[in-house]
Design a protein around this ligand. Structure first.
Ligand code: FMN
Length: 199
């Protein structure tokens, strides 16, 4: 049997603050993926994409930053959303990014790497699950979470050995089922197994 093509993952960095900690957490995830032959990573940094705060009206052409990002999202087999928690929820630029697209999310698996204070961003993740279900995306149950994130990374800002992996009691997500829900055009082309090993 031939190996499936590498899983092409778009990692979305949801925080855009100048002094954000999100870059550290996103860097950690990228380090996990880079050595792997079974995954490729496109880093979608919302600080760079410059999506407008205001959504286009119905029938209006999408603004250029939205048109520029669309093919990158469409090309992804799966997404990993790196999210902070702001006041019990996720950052506003992330909501704008999600709302700016529809088909690009549809029937795709979405994993989370979250961070924050005591909650480790898990409340932001719970809210994101609701939002993505409205878009017919499939969120992966298991998450990686870094509570009190600034204490979890060493001086060189590498994760301490027992960084915040959280496993569901019933074991990992079921990749076969998720792949079975892939949209037309990419049926069973890839395996989610690489993502499952990381989340
Ligand atoms: C406006 C704001 C609200 C926050 N609210 C929460 C919160 O509700 N729960 C929590 O655990 N941490 C909260 N924090 C702490 C952040 O999760 C933490 O500072 C994190 O580093 C923010 O991500 P960023 O630095 O990548 O923007 C909040 C931070 C900010 C700036």
């Amino acid at each position: 049997m031939t190996n499936p093509s590498p899983l092409h993952v778009a990692m979305i960095i949801g925080s855009t603050r100048r002094s954000r900690f999100g870059s550290v957490v996103a860097g950690w995830f990228a380090e996990q993926v880079t050595p792997r032959a079974d995954m490729t990573l496109d880093v979608v940094d919302l600080r760079d994409t410059r999506l407008p705060d205001t959504l286009a009206d119905d029938g209006e052409d999408a603004p250029e930053p939205v048109r520029a990002l669309a093919p990158r999202l469409a090309a992804a087999d799966a997404f990993v959303v790196v999210t902070a928690e702001y006041n019990h929820s996720f950052p506003a630029p992330l909501k704008t990014a999600i709302d700016s697209f529809v088909d690009e999310w549809r029937a795709k698996p979405i994993g989370f790497v979250s961070y924050g204070g005591m909650s480790g961003g898990l409340r932001a993740v719970e809210q994101l699950r609701l939002v993505f279900s409205e878009l017919h995306a499939t969120t992966i149950r298991d998450t990686v979470s870094f509570p009190i994130c600034w204490e979890r990374f060493g001086r060189r800002r590498h994760a301490h050995r027992h960084g915040g992996r959280q496993r569901g009691r019933q074991g990992p997500a079921r990749p076969a089922r998720l792949v079975g829900s892939c949209p037309p055009g990419r049926p069973h082309r890839t395996s989610l197994r690489p993502l499952r090993r990381l989340l």
